[in-house]
Ligand binder design. Structure first.
Ligand code: NCD
Length: 302
């Protein structure tokens, strides 16, 4: 197993690792990506297997691999339907079979919380969690903190509102664990039925970073540096259509504040906000995803 090994949860990463290893390498990868890529990982092979739909995460892992000369040995975006999973094959058996074809890393997304951990227990090659049910989405959180670091030059002392479906949205789970590594203030904004899980809130309290929990965006919008908006996870049973950010809401934010979103966006951010100078979901987060995933592949396969 490589030095980095499996990437399952942001709980495995320290502030020191982010600042001394990931961020500098992601920064270098930005130049590599923009200058046509390189062959530094040629001879290595990646499998990218998704049991759940995806646009950015899937495409950015494939692109990250190709930019570094990694062979994409196998990829699937609809594995739940197109594979023997459909016939009842267990996840463990599928991973055992994959291991026989010599991938150097398996990137996987799964609809069941904890499935990626189970896969890692039977895999002899590193597994990267590209999202597991209501659990975590660690590579999204890594690109989110990298985006903040690029944008503000630091993460300490930022006031960050995590907004929307905090119960079933895995991106905010991974992000909350990771932000607690820094001296930030976190504001949790969700309807009562979709609050951040107690385990994560307890951890934020223990790190002294949880400022308030509220069901009203207007309580925090004017004072924060970051609004991290999220989509209601209807496919996981969530029901909510509030907290819509249009320009009248966005313009209550500080001039220097930013609006982030892991995407895909539903109704929760009006299209008119895309051209607001605070909106960085397309312009900063999406490109950061490529650089951070290239850096992770370098660390795992290099
Ligand atoms: C997110 C996910 O899959 O968890 N998308 C992504 O990978 N950026 C967010 C979502 O689907 O709401």
């Amino acid at each position: 197993m490589s030095k980095l090994g499996h990437v399952l949860s942001t709980r495995q990463f320290s502030r020191q690792w982010l600042e001394q290893e990931l961020f500098p390498l992601a920064h270098k990868m930005e130049t590599v990506a923009k200058t046509g890529g390189c062959r530094s990982l040629s001879g290595k092979c990646i499998f990218v297997v998704f049991w759940e739909p995806s646009t950015r995460t899937f495409v950015s892992f494939l692109t990250a691999a190709r930019k570094l000369g990694v062979e994409v040995g196998f990829s699937s975006q609809d594995f739940a339907k197109s594979s023997s999973t459909f016939k009842g094959e267990s996840l463990e058996d599928t991973i055992r079979v994959f291991n026989c074809y010599y991938p150097d890393v398996i990137v996987m997304r799964h609809n069941e919380t904890g499935a990626v951990n189970r896969a890692s227990q039977v895999s002899s090659v590193p597994i990267i969690n590209a999202g597991d049910g209501k659990g975590e989405h660690p590579t999204q959180a890594l690109l989110d903190v990298y985006t903040l670091w690029r944008k503000f030059g630091k993460i300490d002392y930022l006031n960050i509102a995590l907004v929307g479906d905090l119960l079933n949205g895995r991106t905010v789970h991974s992000l909350a664990w990771l932000l607690a590594e820094f001296k930030v203030k976190i504001y949790l904004v969700s309807p009562d039925n979709l609050k951040m899980p107690e385990e994560i809130k307890g951890f934020l309290r223990s790190k002294n970073v949880l400022r308030i929990e509220t069901d009203k965006l207007e309580n925090v919008i004017g004072g924060v540096d970051v609004v991290y908006q999220t989509r209601t996870q209807t496919e996981r049973g969530s029901l909510f259509d509030g907290f819509i950010i249009d320009n009248s809401v966005a313009d209550q934010m500080k001039q220097s504040a930013v609006i982030m979103h892991p995407l895909p966006r539903g109704k929760e951010i009006a299209a008119e906000v895309d051209s607001n100078h605070r909106a960085i979901y397309f312009t900063e987060q999406v490109p950061s995803g490529l650089f951070v995933r290239m850096a992770l592949l370098k660390m795992i396969l290099g």
